[in-house]
Design a protein around this ligand. Sequence first.
Ligand SMILES: *[C@@H]1O[C@H](CO)[C@@H](O)[C@H](O)[C@H]1NC(C)=O
Ligand SMILES: *[C@@H]1O[C@H](CO)[C@@H](O)[C@H](O)[C@H]1NC(C)=O
Ligand SMILES: *[C@@H]1O[C@H](CO)[C@@H](O)[C@H](O)[C@H]1NC(C)=O
Length: 514
Amino acid sequence: MILLLLFGWLLLTLGGCDSARILCIFPVPSVSHQATFQPIAKALSLRGHDVISVTPSPLKDPTLTNLTEIDTSYTKKILLGYGFEYFMSKEVAIQNKIPKIFEMYYELAEALFQNEEFKKIYTNPDEKFDLIIAQIYISPIMLGLSVKLNAPIIGVSSMGCWIGTHYAMGNPILPSMYSEMFLPYHGELSFYERIKSTLYFLWSRYYVNLVALPKCDQISKKYLGNDIPYIGDIEKNLSALFLNSNPVLYTPRPLVPTVVPLVFIHIEPPKPLPQDIKAEMDSAKNGVVYFSLGSNVKSMNIPQRVRNLLMDVFRELPYKVLWKFEKEELPGKPSNVVIKQWLPQQDVLAHPNVKVFVSQGGLQSTEEAVDRGVPMVIIPFISDQEFNGKKLQEFGVARHIDYLNTTKQELIDSIIDVAKNPKYRENMKKLKDLLNDEPMTGIERAVWWSEYVIRHKGTRHLRSPTVDIAWYKYFLLDVVSAFVGIIILILVVLIKLFKYVKNSLTKKEKIKTK
Ligand SMILES: *[C@@H]1O[C@H](CO)[C@@H](O)[C@H](O)[C@H]1NC(C)=O
Ligand SMILES: *[C@@H]1O[C@H](CO)[C@@H](O)[C@H](O)[C@H]1NC(C)=O
Ligand SMILES: *[C@@H]1O[C@H](CO)[C@@H](O)[C@H](O)[C@H]1NC(C)=O
């Protein structure tokens, strides 16, 4: 109790600011995305700020008296309408997936702007906010609110950010080194990868500037008024950008000071397991393999062939398999497999009998595995998962499986290897220590930066000059052109001179021979 009071006192005295009004907007109705935003809204409300959160996953916690939630869970059907099979397919190029994500965002944004409760806020000229925090997955579409409500705005992503947002923040873009999070490359890129990375970069500049931003701008103006500035310019005014990515887990790269990496933001202390799950896990004397593809990739949606393969693999394992499966029945279920429609993942991973976590390698699941010290077998399907899988394999805490060409034997061997070889568990512990060795926790950092932006009414003083110069200047294309021009000029002059000398010499010859 005394400790709690002391902690509360510390929180209140550590460079705080008076109670502020904060508006949070988290459009994407995906559980794993929202899991990283809820703690931020909650922590700010516990600091005594008056927080209004527009969210599809409201906490509905009556003890959070300073948190008002506008429930937008009805937008979940929009996400479902986009069919995850498409995003999961490795045959679909990323240049086709990104436009789909933008389209989904247009629909989500319109659904939010049309929400009656939310409309009352953003159309009321008397509403005053000190800060807005808005999710940016890849689209800046909600950022016009900062102009409409005249408040500084912080962007937040549940993972890293894509190239478009890096560009808007002024982070250096180098297709040879800092590959896009949607591309599975890291470390030293091969020649072929660099070609693909460069083409992707060029495509992304074209797509953002000529297709996506004009459309976002149109929707922003439709709801917020025609006097709202161009959305691409508003994006450059972000006061900070919270990324749920950590340079240890992602490739280290230069970032402007207002990009704030967070880690372990949604991890909570383990709670007791529900009785039925606890009984299943306690009785698994050989250990448990926990299998879940997270909240976005449903076991239902993965290709039939892969699902059958997994069942064949699980059947031969000497362990009990706990499978998060969304239906009540799984035809042909092996006897050592237990299916549950929902599992408290953080608490399951804390059970001492868990040997391996077979996962899609999403960032939130990965963080939970690291925090609980459970090694992984990663079968990536979408988004940043392949990148995460390769990276974690390098850390020696996981084995990465390509579901397109894996075999039953490879999967069995991988799971047993990860379960039996203690080095995976030891490396997990090292990785956890590395990630935790920080001056403040992720949530403290998020709160500190939010209040910093409130105290200084934005971060204009930290704005990178990069965002204000034209792209051809940024890439020195004008300087390179000038050099090339001079060289061409010199060459032309030399050639002309050479011809002139040659001509005059041959003329003299002719005169002599006559
Ligand atoms: C609500 O905010 C007030 C200050 O504005 C603070 O004193 C109080 O502790 C907060 N309550 C909760 C539950 O966060
Ligand atoms: C960006 O912020 C500056 C300073 O607050 C303001 O003058 C400018 O109009 C803003 N630009 C846009 C496009 O919102
Ligand atoms: C999968 O493909 C990669 C190359 O694309 C290859 O190196 C690897 O051995 C293949 N794995 C299996 C199990 O066939």
